[in-house]
Structure formats: C-alpha cells, structure tokens
Design a protein around this ligand. Structure first.
Ligand SMILES: [Zn+2]
Length: 389
C-alpha cells in the first residue's frame, strides 16, 4: 500500500507538463497555467502545432479525443501500458515522506484552492453582470431577424413571457490571454442574435444562451470562420454559468406538467404543435436544459457502460457514462409540484449514449407519484427537423 502523501509527493516531483513534454510539444493554452498540444496517447504527430486535444496543468490532464484524463500516474499507465505499481516505479518510485512536509504541502494546496475558488467566483459574478447588461440591451422579438429565424426558418412560435429577446448587435468574443497573462477579449463578429436567459438554481439570471442569426446562411444561423485558424465556429454560445440552470420558455407558477428538452427550437416545436392541436396548456411549463448533461447530471462513479461499437483512439472499448445518477452533481431542478415530467429526446446524436443519458435523467427526476417519460422523435431527427424537413 502506498500512502496518499507519498503519491502526492510523487506527483509533485513529476508535473504532468514535464512528463508529457518528453513525448509531445506543448504550448501555452488560453487558460492560465495550462498547456495544450498533441496528445501523447493518440496524436500521430507529436509536434503538430495546431493540435488542441490534450490539455494539462500542474497535476492533471485531459484529452478531448481520448475522452480520458487524470493524474500523471494514469498518463504513464496508458502511454506505457503499465499497471499502477509499475507506473509509480517508472516515475521514480514512491518515497516515504516527512509528516511536517506533508502538512505544509496540504496547507499550501488548500490555500491555492481557496485563492482559485475566490478568483472563479469573482469571474462568474462579473460575467453574470455582463450577461445582465446584454439582456438589458436586447428587446422583444417582433419585427427582428430573430422573429424571421423562428417563424420562417424553424417554423415555430413562442409563448408570451418566454425568456427570449433579440439583440441587434451582439458581439461574438473570443476569450483568451495576452502575452502578460491578462484576460483579453477579441471581437470576431457583431450582429443580430437571439438571447435566452438562463435562470440559475436560485432563480436569478446565471447566464445567457446566444444564437447568432444570419438569415442568408443555411438554417439561418451565422456561419463564422475563425480569422486566423480557419476553424468553423459554433453559431451558439453560452456565457455565464449553465450548471443547474434552465431557460423558461412557457412559464407556470407551480406547474403540474413540465416538458424539458435540450434545444430551444426543439421545445418551441413541441409548444407550437400542442397549441395548434388545441391542447390546454394551463399548469404546463416548458424549459430547455441547454445540454443533455445538464438535464441528467453526471453519472455515479461506478456507473459506466461499455459502448457496443465505439473505440478509443488507442483501440480500447470506450466506456460511457451509465444510467445511475450522481445526485450530488448539478442538473436542472424539477419543481416538487410537477406530477407529469416529459423529457424530449433527440434522435440526431449517438443513440446509445443518448439513451443512457435519458435513462439517467428519468431516474434522477423520478419521485413518488410523478410520471416521468421520454418522448423520442424518429431516428436521425430532432423534433424541429421533422417540421422543417
Ligand atoms: Zn488523446
């Protein structure tokens, strides 16, 4: 058994950037204290200048392609195909540590964490204020390109009181750092956008979901290309914080029925269809969770399921998050008054993973006396693609 303190000591002697830096060329990332570059596990060219899949910091790493991450020991295990003990030896072996030194190190780590937390909280609060200012600079949808986008291109209507506004000239900003390590913002585009207010768990505005509109582009959404990298940029962005938040499209004070879907257009499609069918929507609320992860929350640690066909770039069976929810993770809170919860599935992403996520969402939000059901569009579709097709 190797003690936690000697493992901490081993990690401190072997920063991930030093170890990974022997295998690949890393460069400074846009987030402070982080290095990015090709991945030691999957990248064919260890010196590729444009690779951003792998990111590491003092004692951790993640790879977006491998969908893996952890500490330096895990990196060595995967790269060198070693067991845990062998990886520890590979890194120089565990050494007995001095209790006084352990305590000093634990204190320093706690102080660093407290400072980081304070800085993150200050950034979130500043971002929330900026979101509020953008929201104040936006107005009703009628007569704007946002109205044309929803009505003519997506063929949907929206409820009175929906948390949606149109901004005439919303800046599209890239968040980065200048040479001195200070936060910088670069303006990539400015134009009409649909703003949707994200209500946080406490009901206050926590952020904004933004969709830039270009009525001449396919599907009416801005097709923006990064001016230096040439990479296609998404027409939708979230600013501020999303965790545990929701966008309220159809509001009800103490709803007994609640529909939740991932996308604004999906939920508006269902709203438009139900209203056209003359269905009574009293006591019904309709929200979007912005992402399926935010609908279902994280999976419990032990809940992982092997994917039937997908493999990691290293050729191993991919493990995907399973159906057991981690109730401590953030997700959309469903009001106690809801007796009938309808989750709107999405047929256009990987069906296996999506079904697991929806099963997790059902378990998470199940209560005694509440009916929870997922509605699915036909394979390969979302609800909106059925009406615009
Ligand atoms: Zn990788």
């Amino acid at each position: 058994m190797i003690s936690e303190s000697s493992l901490a000591d081993l990690r401190a002697r072997n920063p991930v950037s030093d170890v990974a830096g022997k295998w690949v060329s890393l460069r400074r990332g846009s987030r402070k204290g982080r290095l990015i570059g090709p991945c030691p596990l999957h990248s064919p060219d260890p010196h590729a200048k444009d690779s951003t899949a792998f990111e590491c910091w003092g004692d951790g790493w993640v790879c977006a392609r491998c969908q893996d991450g952890g500490d330096v020991i895990r990196l060595v295990q995967l790269r060198e195909r070693l067991g845990f003990r062998e990886a520890v030896d590979w890194l120089g072996g565990a050494q007995e540590t001095d209790p006084a030194e352990d305590e000093r190190r634990a204190r320093a780590a706690a102080e660093r964490k407290a400072a980081d937390d304070a800085k993150n909280a200050a950034f979130r609060e500043a971002e929330r204020k900026r979101c509020w200012e953008f929201w104040q600079g936006a107005g009703p949808l009628a007569g704007t390109p946002v109205e044309a986008y929803l009505r003519e291109i997506r063929r949907v209507d929206w409820p009175d009181g929906a948390a949606l506004r149109a901004h005439p000239a919303m800046p599209y900003l890239e968040h980065g750092q200048d040479e001195a390590g200070r936060t910088s913002w670069r303006l990539l585009h400015e134009g009409p956008a649909m703003l949707a207010a994200i209500a946080g768990p406490d009901g206050r505005m926590a952020g904004l979901h933004i969709t830039w509109i270009d009525l001449d582009a396919p599907k009416g959404k801005l097709a923006l290309v990064h001016p230096t990298t040439g990479e296609k940029l998404p027409a939708k962005k979230v600013r501020g914080s999303l965790a545990g938040g929701r966008i309220e499209l159809l509001r009800a004070a103490s709803p007994c029925r609640l529909f939740i879907g991932e996308g604004i257009e999906t939920v508006l499609t269902v709203f438009t269809a139900l209203r056209a069918a003359g269905r009574c929507l009293d006591g019904t609320a309709m929200w979007t969770s912005i992402s399926l992860g935010n609908l279902a929350g994280k999976a419990a640690d032990h809940s992982r399921v092997p994917h039937p066909s997908e493999r990691t770039p290293a050729g191993r069976v991919k493990q995907v998050p399973g159906p057991e929810p981690d109730m401590d993770s953030a997700a959309v809170p469903v009001p106690d008054s809801v007796m009938d919860l309808r989750l709107l599935g999405d047929g256009d992403s990987d069906p296996f993973t999506t079904r697991l996520t929806m099963a997790r969402a059902e378990r998470r939000h199940m209560r005694q006396g509440r009916r929870v059901a997922t509605c699915w569009p036909p394979a390969g579709h979302d609800f909106n693609s059925m009406v615009v097709a």
